[in-house]
Design a protein around this ligand. Structure first.
Ligand code: BES
Ligand code: ZN
Length: 625
């Protein structure tokens, strides 16, 4: 009996806290427990006229289950011409395949029936002009206006729309590629881009470090290079290059700071690719080549925490990867924490604290509208859900807050060493929340008993909301903003009398966020005359100012607002204004009109989000409650 008790206690202690099958990925048809892609060789032609990639993908396979014969892949809207297989260097022979009916969220399961466990499978295919992971821009939509442009955005589950593969972050593979384009176009990938490459329309790439599918990336256009340091630089259209290099000149220092905290940068080069303004995100951490929105180039480096963020993913995310999207906080929460450490090291604690306060206010705001089950870091397994649902302040900012809590309790020396050990121990692997919890227990909690309780950790990971014992961040610079805002609101001072000369983007963001939901339009006129918000080139301000003008009936801002919504396709920046507009019948009509004009320039991801929002608003206005 006592032995059984011991066994039971051991079993309970080692049982995964969050459920047996946490590593499984409900967003992929692949069966990585049976067979895994180890290597990929792409051979693709970029056809700007047809808006198509055409060619082949050759997959090098590792068979895990000796009884397995089928190879199941993820695809979305691919036209499959043929599938072939071979061993070694023998001749490829055609094999049968079945492409299942398309699922709206997950695409079409491709089942390849193999007579034996072949080492290589080659798929000949073409992408659809509507591929969810690609955007095709006509020359008019670029800065130069002469050369077409295309780029991919694979995260979360869009790699399958341009490469047939196991589209799950739990599988890693190396890749090579040959990419052909028109001769005037430069092609780049998340691989060994050569700063000195000759532009001739025929490019080869190699990515010797194994990466998950969502980090597959390609871009092609009139792209030129300028170095920041020996291993870092910027790719951009010629019109944007110099401004970008200036704005992001601290990138090398960011790499060095992160290395000193968490160990060597393991990906050789780190370059930035500046995309056209339709890029739907702020940034995307494609390995060796982060994709970056041009909207953060505001001239004063005030938004470069985006670079710190994408760079940080070289450790948290690209090196140690969430095993499935329900553990996205392991990517984004860790990265947001590391981002803030980089910002602190380069630009000081006052700036880092302001950025934390802004993020946390955003989190607390989002929590108000989220059902409790979506307020947790360790999300339950929900088959069929959209992985982009996990994209929100919880994974990012609650995740970072939790790590800051651990840092403050254990002290920087021990916590930094712990985080570095986590990256080292799981380098080039995927990890889930259970592994993190076990690692935390044995490497920090057991060594420093009594500092943090298991109940506290579980509250961070599995309870909704933010724990009452979460560390608070004070910001004297924001206190000054509060005082200035109050004196204007209480009409003790006119807008132009406020002492704003030294304010940075962060103070302005905080100023705008603290204003009442609605103000008299005359008061907005006063603000606008003093501070010129309408027409601002700073998207972080525009994103907050325009909704306020909508709610307050300040119609004079409409032309500039419309321009902003048509020029910028970054989802986070445009959604709040569409949202504010959609609250009234008149606003919804205006939004619908602007969207119709903007849509041809938007990425499918942004179009889908705006369309869904407007459709919901229309439905709500038809059936008022
Ligand atoms: N990896 C994300 C972008 C992403 C997440 C794309 C999930 C698709 C699905 C990237 O690192 C990111 O977080 N970008 C942020 C910027 C950041 C500073 C918070 C963005 O684009 O806003
Ligand atoms: Zn990120």
């Amino acid at each position: 009996m006592p032995r059984l008790g011991l066994l039971l206690a051991l079993l309970i202690a080692s049982a995964p806290a969050f459920g047996q099958d946490r590593r499984s990925d409900e967003h992929s048809y692949a069966q990585p427990d049976k067979v895994r892609i180890r290597d990929l060789a792409l051979d693709l032609a970029v056809d700007f006229e047809k808006r198509q990639l055409t060619g082949s993908a050759t997959l090098g396979l590792e068979w895990v289950d000796p009884a397995q014969r089928d190879l199941v892949l993820d695809t979305r809207d691919l036209a499959i011409a043929a599938v072939e297989a071979r061993n070694g260097k023998r001749k490829f022979r055609e094999v049968p395949f079945v492409l299942a009916e398309r699922d709206e969220r997950f695409g079409s399961k491709l089942t390849i029936t193999l007579p034996r466990q072949y080492e290589q499978v080659r798929i000949r295919y073409a992408t659809s002009p509507q591929a969810s992971g690609l955007q095709w821009l006509s020359p008019a939509m670029t800065a130069g206006g002469k050369t077409p442009f295309m780029f991919s955005q694979s995260q979360a589950i869009h790699a399958r729309s341009w490469v047939p593969l196991q589209d799950t972050p739990s599988v890693r593979f190396t890749y090579t590629a040959r990419i052909r384009t028109p001769a005037t176009v430069m092609a780049l990938m998340s691989a060994d881009n050569d700063p000195a490459a000759v532009r001739d329309g025929d490019y080869t790439f190699s990515m010797p470090q194994a990466i998950p599918s969502y980090l597959m990336a390609i871009a092609a256009g009139d792209l030129v290079f300028k170095p920041i340091s020996a291993r870092a630089g910027v790719w951009a259209e010629p019109q944007t290059l110099d401004k970008a290099v200036k704005e992001f000149e601290d990138t090398e220092e960011m790499i060095q700071v992160t290395e000193s905290l968490y160990g060597p940068y393991r990906w050789e080069r780190y370059d930035l690719l500046i995309l056209p303004p339709s890029f739907p995100f702020g940034g995307m951490e494609n390995p060796r080549l982060s994709f970056i929105t041009p909207t953060v180039i505001v001239g004063d480096k005030s938004l470069v925490s985006l670079i710190a963020h994408e760079l940080a993913h070289s450790w948290s995310g690209n090196l140690v990867t969430n095993a499935s999207w329900k553990d996205m906080w392991l990517n984004e929460g860790f990265t947001s924490y590391v981002e803030n450490r980089i910002v602190e090291a380069l630009y000081g604690k006052a700036r880092a604290d302001m950025e934390f306060v802004i993020s946390r206010n955003g989190l607390l705001d989002q929590l108000k509208d989220l059902p409790p089950e979506r307020q947790v870091l360790v999300l339950p397994m929900r088959g069929g859900s959209d992985p982009e649902d996990a994209l929100g302040a919880v994974a990012y900012d609650k995740g970072a807050w939790f790590l800051q809590f651990l840092e403050q309790r254990y002290g920087r020396e021990d916590f930094d060493a712990f985080l570095r050990a986590w990256f080292d121990a799981h380098a080039f692997q995927s990890a889930d929340s259970d592994q993190f919890l076990a690692f935390l227990k044995s490497n920090l909690m057991a060594k420093r008993p009594g500092v943090v309780s298991e109940a506290e950790v579980m509250e961070w990971l599995s309870a909704p909301g933010v724990p009452a014992f979460a560390p608070q961040t004070a910001s004297p610079r924001f206190d000054a903003v509060d005082a200035a805002r109050a004196s204007w609101l209480e009409q003790r001072a006119a807008a132009r009398e406020l002492d704003t000369a030294a304010w940075t983007t962060q103070e302005w963001v905080y100023f705008l966020e603290g204003l009442p939901e609605i103000l008299d339009a005359e008061r907005l006129v006063e603000l606008d005359q003093a501070f010129r918000f309408t027409g601002t080139g700073n998207g972080e301000l525009a994103q907050r100012w325009y909704p306020l003008t909508v709610r307050s009936g300040y119609f004079e801002a409409r032309p500039a607002m419309s321009l902003f919504l048509r020029k910028i396709g970054r989802r986070k920046l445009v959604m709040p204004t569409y949202d504010a507009l959609s609250k009234s019948e008149e606003g919804l009509a205006f939004a619908t009109q602007v969207f119709a004009m903007a849509r041809p320039g938007y990425h499918p991801i942004t179009s889908a989000s705006v369309e869904a929002l407007l459709a919901r608003a229309r439905a709500a206005q038809k059936t008022p409650d």
